[in-house]
Design a protein around this ligand. Structure first.
Ligand code: COA
Length: 155
């Protein structure tokens, strides 16, 4: 029996709820971000992706383990990457990278040419490994956590 990891676009209300569940576990319970800040007014306007694990060949259980969202800024070719979270039990397996790559692939198809993101200061190297560069190194506080602005050109 082997574990198969997949990235899917979250389209049903159940799949989107699974994305929120991962975020609540990671951001609210682990990083102490208040719940009312975590799920925000952008969520209904965003695309969401879900990373799951399933046991092959039975595929009886499917465990949500990661998520990311994309907000396409209206009338622009800019997309905002956000709410990237991988469950603590599944870090270091490449799911964070796969979620970002999945988002970028769909972003290109939407005509997005630049991805903006607010990186937690200690996650800078993660994003740099995926081709993101610091666009503004001034540290600012978002949801109580130190961030910097990063971005990546997709064209
Ligand atoms: C940041 C996070 C999404 C990374 O997910 P992950 O699935 O563990 O990352 P991956 O396994 O895909 O790692 C990809 C690469 O980045 C590196 N990396 C992962 N986390 C890193 C970190 N915190 N700092 C520096 N490098 C990191 C990995 O070593 C790997 O490098 P390699 O390609 O040279 O082997 C995950 O740690 C997380 O959810 N953290 C809590 C929530 C959070 O902080 N989200 C980001 C908000 S900006």
């Amino acid at each position: 029996m082997s574990t198969v990891y997949s990235i899917i676009k979250a389209e049903t209300p159940e799949q989107i709820q699974e994305c929120y569940d991962v975020r609540i576990k990671v951001f609210v319970h682990e990083q102490n971000i208040p719940l009312d800040l975590e799920i925000d007014e952008y969520d209904p306007k965003c695309l969401h992706w879900l990373a799951t694990a399933s046991n092959e060949p039975q595929r009886r259980s499917r465990l949500p383990l990661g998520t990311i969202r994309l907000y396409h800024v209206p009338n622009t070719s800019i997309g905002k990457l956000g709410r990237l979270a991988v469950d603590q039990s599944a870090r270091g397996l490449g799911l964070g990278r796969k979620l970002v790559e999945g988002l970028e692939k769909d972003a290109v198809n939407l005509g997005i040419t630049f991805i903006d993101c607010h990186s937690q200061v200690d996650k800078r190297l993660f994003y740099e490994k995926l081709g993101y560069r610091v666009t503004d190194g001034d540290v600012f506080i978002e949801d109580g956590i130190e961030h910097i602005k990063m971005g990546k050109s997709l064209s």
